[in-house]
Ligand binder design. Structure first.
Ligand code: DOR
Ligand code: ZN
Length: 345
C-alpha cells in the first residue's frame, strides 16, 4: 500500500556547492527538492567579501538548469581581516544571509579561519547590532584535544564565552554531533539554534572504522559514539524548533576521498529526503518531518516558510545511482545502508 506525505518545500541550512564542474553537477541534486540553501563559503580562495559573494552567487545562478527554481542564501567566510562595514552592507542589500566562522585548521579549506577570537570581535558586535546570524563550525583545533572531543570542548572553551561576550548575537551551531551539543542548545533559550545533518542521524563512528576504513563516511565533525547519534535523532525528531536540517552535503571526487589522506565530507543532496523520511518514520515522527526540513529553519532566520510543497510517497525501496558524474570525476552518494521506501515525486 502506498502512502503519501506532503510538506512545505524544504530548505537546506548548510550546503557545499563548490564551483565549476562540481557546482554544475551537484546544484540540480539540491535544487530538485530544496527551495533555498545556506551556501558555505569555503572555496579556494574563500568567499570573504560582499563582492566575492556577489560573484559566487552569479556563478551559482548561471549553473542552475533552466526551469529550476532555487535561491542561494549566501554566506561570508569570517577572517581576522573581515571588515564589519562590508559585512553590514552585504547583509543590508539582501545579498548575504549570514557569516561563517571556521576555527583555523578545523576542516576543509579553513586555513584562513579564525585563530584569535578577539580579532573578530568588531564584526561579531556589528552582526549582533544588525541581527545577522553567525554560523559556527564548533570544533577546537588544539593538537592535544582528541578529535572525538573537539565539539564538546569547543562549547566550553569558545562558544559559551563568545555568547556571553556578545549576548545579542544569533548563532547557529552547525552540524552538531554530540549529546553535549544537543544539551547546550536546549539549555539556552535565546538566540541559539543548531543544524543537524542527514548522515549524523544514520552513522556512528563504527560505520567509518569497523571492517575496513570507509572514506565516504568520513566527515567533520567526525561521527561519534552511538549514544550521540541517538541524542541527535531524538533532537531532530522532537519537534523542538531550535533544531533544523543542514545537510552539510559536501561533495569531493572519489580520488580525493579514496586516498591516503582523504577529504572530509558526505554527499547527501540526492537522497537526503528519502533518508530523513525513513528515519522520522522509524522514530514514529513523520508528522514532525516538515518542522525539521521546512519550518524551523525559516523561523530561526526570519524568513517565510515556502508556499510551495513537495510530496513523498512510500513504496518499493528507491534505487539511487551510487555515484554522480562531474566534469572533475565521480562523486559517491552517501549510502544509508538501509532500504529507502520514501521518495519525492
Ligand atoms: O565534512 C565536512 N566537509 N565538514 C566540513 O566542515 C567541511 C566540509 C567540506 O567542505 O568538505
Ligand atoms: Zn560544512
Amino acid at each position: 500500500m502506498s502512502r503519501t506525505l506532503t510538506i512545505p518545500r524544504p530548505d537546506d541550512w548548510h550546503l557545499h556547492l563548490r564551483d565549476g564542474a562540481v557546482l554544475r553537477a551537484v546544484l540540480p541534486e539540491t535544487a530538485r527538492h530544496f527551495g533555498r540553501a545556506i551556501i558555505m563559503p569555503n572555496l579556494v580562495p574563500p568567499v570573504v567579501t560582499g563582492a566575492d559573494a556577489a560573484a559566487y552567487r552569479d556563478r551559482i545562478m548561471n549553473a542552475l538548469p533552466a526551469g529550476m527554481d532555487f535561491t542561494p542564501l549566501m554566506t561570508l567566510y569570517l577572517t581576522e581581516e573581515t571588515d564589519p562595514e562590508d559585512v553590514a552592507a552585504a547583509h543590508a542589500s539582501g545579498l548575504v544571509t549570514s557569516v561563517k566562522l571556521y576555527p583555523a585548521g578545523a576542516t576543509t579549506n579553513s586555513a584562513s579561519g579564525v585563530r584569535d577570537f578577539d580579532r573578530v570581535r568588531p564584526v561579531l558586535e556589528k552582526m549582533a547590532e544588525i541581527g545577522m546570524p553567525l554560523c559556527v563550525h564548533g570544533e577546537v583545533t588544539d593538537a592535544d584535544i582528541d578529535i572525538f572531543d573537539r565539539e564538546a570542548v569547543f562549547i566550553d572553551r569558545v562558544l559559551d564565552p563568545l555568547r556571553r561576550a556578545t549576548p545579542g548575537l544569533r548563532i547557529v551551531m552547525e552540524h552538531i554531533t554530540t549529546q553535549q551539543g544537543v544539551d547546550y542548545v536546549k539549555s539556552n533559550a535565546e538566540n541559539l539554534g543548531a543544524t543537524i545533518t542527514t548522515h549524523h542521524l544514520v552513522i556512528n563512528r563504527n560505520h567509518i572504522l569497523v571492517g575496513g576504513i570507509k572514506p565516504h563516511y568520513y566527515c567533520l565533525p567526525v561521527a561519534k559514539r552511538e549514544e550521540h547519534r541517538l541524542a541527535l535523532r531524538a533532537a531532530a525528531t522532537s519537534g523542538d524548533t531550535r533544531f533544523f536540517l543542514g545537510t552539510d552535503s559536501a561533495p569531493h571526487t572519489d580520488p580525493n576521498k579514496e586516498s591516503a589522506c582523504g577529504c572530509a565530507g558526505c554527499f547527501t543532496a540526492t537522497n537526503t529526503l528519502s533518508i530523513l523520511a525513513e528515519v522520522f518514520e522509524q522514530e514514529g515522527a513523520l508528522d514532525r518531518l516538515a518542522g525539521f526540513t521546512s519550518e524551523h529553519g525559516p523561523a530561526f532566520y526570519g524568513l517565510p516558510v515556502s508556499t510551495d510543497t513537495i510530496t513523498l510517497t512510500k513504496g518499493d525501496p528507491a534505487a539511487y545511482p551510487p555515484k554522480i558524474d562531474t566534469g572533475d570525476g565521480p562523486v559517491t552518494l552517501f549510502d544509508a545502508q538501509m532500504p529507502l521506501h520514501w521518495r519525492v515525486i
